[in-house]
Write a protein that binds this ligand. Structure first.
Ligand code: GLA
Length: 381
């Protein structure tokens, strides 16, 4: 089929879908997402892993119970050509080996109990010092080596999606409190929504996110992608990538993405913060701080026309430009994931918040409910 035929078919499909929706009300449109599940192999200890496929007329997302990982995400380009726009592996074994190896990339995973770094792998809470598993130059990264990205969740199909639950024991990786975590991935039309919630029986800290690597061109590197970040400030880091505590203005720096800018345009600038991160690996302070869902970022790939809008209730976003990818990881279809061939937009509270009383708090009190929401919204132009 020529790209032109393909495009007409897609337009026809969208039109028909629109007509059905208009005639029958929204309920029928919502029901348009199908959810199926299938076995996806076994963990080294024999635990069975399942994969859920969420299909709407425009997007297909596959999520597995190991790490709550978004394994693949197919979206259409401007010619209605579908492609998988996230990095990862074809099989469970690939993920398990990477998540237990030395250079864990956290492809597509749910991250917890605390996304990004906690300095010196420790923090004080209610006058008590908590020591965490250190896995990153003496710091704790992404909840430690057996964080939520490296455990098997319970999964069940729900309308339009999958609900994953995980029980994180008091003291796991050093964190206080029995925490019951629920994450729901739902797909409606071209919006993939992630809802995170949790409750604890002791005061604790929590910062959940998702670590998907996007490449909207589905090939090459991400340097031509144009990024907009709705943030006038960012949190500069020290040599261990721990925030110094400053909320620095982006004005006049390579960190100013308030207007859509190609990622490669300034990434090699002679800037101390870029040198420390080996590129972009920083938290931006989102302009919207009211906890309501609002646009944080827009990513656009001019070569294919694919666009991703990221909306969140979180106060920060970590833009990581894939600087630790160096071609040694062979991912889907044997592709060597080269330097900056994927990038993450991790909605979050700021790294190391438990050690920065001035940052928005990450404390969750016993008996209270944590809730956070992020939407990845796809289109093309
Ligand atoms: C995060 C960190 C990076 C890196 C990646 C995983 O985004 O900020 O420094 O550790 O995870 O490779």
């Amino acid at each position: 089929m020529s790209p032109y035929d393909c495009r007409s078919m897609n337009i026809l499909r969208t039109l028909l879908f629109g007509l059905v929706c208009a005639a029958m009300g929204t309920a029928i449109c919502v029901a348009k997402t199908t959810v199926t599940s299938a076995p996806f192999g076994k963990m080294p200890d024999g635990t069975a892993v399942e994969i859920f496929t969420l299909s709407s007329p425009t997007v297909e997302a596959r999520i597995m119970t190991y790490g709550g990982i978004l394994v693949s995400l197919k979206t259409a380009d401007r010619n209605a050509k579908m492609a998988d726009v996230v990095l990862g592996y074809d099989t469970l074994d690939g993920y398990v080996a990477n998540f237990n190896g030395s250079g864990t990339a956290y492809f597509g995973a749910l991250i917890g109990r605390y996304g990004n770094r906690i300095g010196k792998a420790s923090f004080m809470l209610d006058g008590k010092k908590y020591a965490l598993s250190a896995n990153n130059n003496g710091n704790s990264l992404h909840g430690g080596p057996h964080g939520y990205s490296n455990v098997v969740w319970k999964g069940k199909a729900i309308p339009n999606g999958v609900e994953l639950t995980y029980f994180s024991k008091d003291g796991e990786e050093g964190y206080p409190g029995n925490l019951t975590v629920t994450v729901r991935y739902t797909l409606v039309g071209s919006d993939l929504k992630i809802d995170y919630s949790a409750t604890t029986d002791k005061n604790t800290v929590i910062n959940l996110t998702n670590h998907t690597y996007f490449n909207l061109a589905a090939q090459g590197n991400i340097l031509q992608h144009q990024l907009t970040l709705n943030a006038a400030r960012f949190t500069p880091v020290d040599a261990g990538l721990i925030p110094t505590g400053e909320l620095k203005s982006v004005t006049g720096t390579p960190f100013d993405f308030r207007k859509a800018t190609a990622i490669g345009e300034r990434i090699e600038a002679d800037d101390e913060q870029l040198h420390l991160g080996k590129g972009y690996d920083h938290n931006w302070v989102l302009d919207n701080q009211d906890g309501k869902l609002s646009e944080a970022a827009v990513l656009y790939d001019p070569s294919t026309g694919r666009e991703l809008r990221v909306l969140t209730t979180e106060p920060g976003i970590q833009f990581y430009s894939g600087n630790f990818l160096d071609g040694t990881i062979k991912g889907k279809g044997g592709t060597a994931y080269a330097f900056r061939s994927g990038m993450c937009l991790e909605t979050q509270h700021y790294p190391d918040s438990p050690n920065h009383p001035d940052f928005p708090t990450t404390e969750l009190k016993a008996g209270k409910r944590y809730h956070s929401q992020t939407v990845f919204s796809f289109s093309s132009r």
